[in-house]
Design a protein around this ligand. Structure first.
Ligand code: B12
Ligand code: SF4
Length: 582
């Protein structure tokens, strides 16, 4: 029998909006994989009695995107148990200032705090010295944890419990194996705070490629490591036991198709579905996945109803410049059409601000995408020198100007100088990109394509409403979106004025109603389009984006437009064109 408790509160911090309020919702839309992973690791420590038979490990988990953190309550539980700590998990760069503000409040109450995740790991992996914000954390007495937690957390907890924790833990040169690693799982009450009750697991870590804007290779290494089909089955069963069967599968190289175990995993999921598990999957895949025999078909049969594709850009010059050589633009349309045929929603990310981008070239490229590629959801990001990436390291070593406020490294702000565009122009391009893609006319086209391809247009119109309104109405990127925004008066960024209640609440009431009215107007407009499309559903609808590539005019499409930018070593189209001309 344990007669002593060690309480760990896991907190996944959110970040601040431009007014300094925490971005927080009644229900968030995307689950936190970091929280599920660290929770799973700690459950394993608790089950194995990592702190000895006398000590029970109690774990609480909070995602600040959907939960107001009760700092006093958490502190008093830890203090009354007599031992424990707060772990700030999966902290990205943009969340680090918020993490520090949370840490400060716990440290004032004498609670041990540790912080891990991509910011700490990325900075320690790439920079010659600790940057000032990590030093500030250390000055507060916060423990820095770099690298992954698998197989190491028991030792870490023993250090904390015995009062001998080191100021920095660095496991970046020692990547754990993913096969048979502890499974990511969260209690049902944490999962149900995510709309649709989605949870998450990562099927692999590490990536062999070298995109210069990416932090993953420097934090999780260039060697790919994968979970096995047995592990994935265990994850599904553990979640299904509490009624959770929807999963956002995050391969940390953004690509489940490159996962060596994709086929046994999908076969196992198909078997589980045949046994009655109502599995739904959102997968991240690359632009070449349709080339793998049976991949798309099996993914759909395993319950995949949406895929996220890292398109990044359609200009080969930009892709080459960022060392994203594996994206072959002439494959994009075939790949997207293959998903459409399987009834799966396609969702792609597009980065704005590569060195040769101009407002005109970006506007042209977005129009090309709308016309020629059957993408349902498109989302935009600023090219950002994230700490942990090669881009950041190069600028840092050159002493180039970069945004000093880490809160702005959310891919929604311009954080470095662009060689052609001023910061204001670049911001205008970002705003224009959302407006340009989500026009009523294009929403109608996407819905017509869905209806003709057998993808549920209702699902698409709901997703388009969120993606269209999120950054324009809420001023928050859709990846951070949730339902019913909360702004807590007292949770303002450290150093900013806490507004008098007599001013705050009337302002907040007005703000809430104004935003709700904009959402209502947008939803009504899109619903009208949806009803029109469903009423005159045309199964024979076809346009440039849906036309089979054998029928498409390849001399006039976007691949031909970029032919002179496709490097000679790069595959077929340009060389074919050049050869034909000779
Ligand atoms: C899935 C994912 C998301 C998901 C879920 C986020 C999550 N972390 O769970 C969603 C879609 C919400 C998301 C959103 C965003 N993301 Co994201 N995302 C990812 C992705 C692909 C996987 C994250 C993941 O699950 N990793 C696996 C987990 C288990 O790793 P981990 O967090 O490092 O945790 C391990 C260790 O660090 C350690 N650990 C972590 N915390 C702690 C704490 C303690 C005390 C200890 C001891 C150990 C420990 O243990 C864990 C297990 O080993 C990564 C890329 C990647 N390869 O990780 C990008 C990534 C994390 N995202 C990134 C970004 C920028 C964003 C956005 C800002 C984009 C945007 N414009 O909105 C938003 C932020 C929104 C938000 N509120 O989180 C960047 C962050 C880079 C940086 N330096 O900040 C990454 C690295 C991708 C990139 N572009 O390079 N993302
Ligand atoms: S952006 Fe994607 S493909 Fe490129 S290195 Fe990072 S994880 Fe790999």
């Amino acid at each position: 029998m344990s007669n002593r408790k060690f309480r760990i509160a896991l907190i996944k911090p959110s970040h601040y909006d431009d007014d300094g309020y925490v971005i927080q919702w009644r229900r968030s839309t995307i689950p936190s994989n970091s929280l599920a992973s660290v929770y799973g690791l700690l459950v394993q420590c608790a089950e194995e009695g990592a702190l000895g038979p006398e000590t029970a490990i109690e774990i609480e988990a909070y995602d600040e995107c959907n939960t107001v953190i009760d700092i006093a309550g958490v502190s008093s539980r830890i203090l009354s148990d007599g031992s424990g700590m707060v772990a700030l998990v999966g902290v990205q760069t943009n969340q680090f200032p918020r993490a520090l503000d949370i840490a400060r409040q716990f440290r004032e109450r004498g609670i041990t705090v540790a912080v891990g995740g991509f910011h700490v790991s990325g900075c320690i992996a790439m920079l010659p010295k600790l940057p000032s914000d990590l030093k500030e954390a250390q000055a507060l007495g916060v423990i820095l944890y770099a690298g992954e937690g698998e197989d190491r957390l028991a030792e870490f907890l023993r250090d904390v419990d015995s009062g001998e924790a080191k100021p920095v833990y660095n496991y970046l040169n020692d990547m754990p194996d993913m096969a048979a690693a502890a499974i990511p799982v969260l209690p049902r009450e944490v999962v149900t705070r995510v709309a649709g009750h989605y949870t998450s697991f990562d099927a692999g870590r590490g990536c062999p490629f070298q995109c210069s804007f990416c932090t993953i290779i420097n934090v999780q290494g260039r060697k790919s490591r994968y979970r096995t089909a047995d592990d994935v089955e265990a994850i599904v069963r553990a979640n299904a036991a509490q009624g959770v069967t929807r999963f956002f599968v995050t391969d940390t190289d953004d690509n489940f198709a490159r996962n060596r175990n994709w086929e046994p995993i999908l076969d196992r999921l198909i078997e589980l579905r045949e046994q009655g598990f109502r599995i739904r999957l959102l997968l991240q895949v690359d632009t070449l996945c349709h080339r793998i025999p049976h991949f798309i078909d099996k993914a759909a049969r395993a319950g995949c109803n949406a895929v996220f594709i890292g398109l990044e850009n359609i200009n080969p010059e930009s892709l080459m410049g960022a060392k994203k050589r594996q994206n072959k633009i002439w494959e994009y349309r075939d790949m997207l059409q293959a998903w459409k045929r399987a009834g799966v929603m396609t969702w792609a990310g597009y980065i704005l601000g590569f060195p040769t981008d101009t407002p005109e070239s970006i506007a042209r490229d977005i129009e090309t995408i709308k016309r020629e590629l059957p993408i349902d959801i498109l989302e935009f990001f600023f090219l950002t020198p994230l700490p942990g990436s090669e881009d950041h390291k190069v600028l840092h070593l050159k002493g180039a100007r970069m945004e000093p406020d880490m809160n702005n490294y959310d891919l929604e702000h311009a954080c470095a100088d662009h060689p052609i565009m001023s910061a204001e122009t670049w911001r205008g391009v970002y705003r224009d990109a959302w407006a340009r893609y989500y026009t009523d006319a294009h929403v109608e086209t996407v819905l017509r394509r869905a209806a003709a391809s057998g993808v549920n247009p209702k699902k698409i119109v709901d997703a388009m409403t969120v993606f269209s309104g999120s950054s324009r109405i809420e001023r928050v990127h859709p990846l951070q979106f949730g339902y019913v925004r909360r702004k807590i008066r007292t949770q303002r960024r450290h150093g900013l004025r806490i507004v008098n209640p007599l001013i705050f609440y009337p302002w907040r009431a007005y703000d809430f109603v104004a935003v709700a009215a904009k959402w209502a107007a947008l939803a009504l407009r899109y619903r009208k389009i949806y009803r029109r499309v469903v009423a005159d559903k045309d199964a024979a609808y076809v346009d440039e984006a849906l036309r089979a590539s054998t029928e498409a005019d390849r001399n006039a499409d976007f691949v031909a437009a970029f032919a002179d930018k496709i490097p000679d070593t790069y595959g077929a189209p340009k060389r074919e064109t050049a050869a034909a001309a000779e």
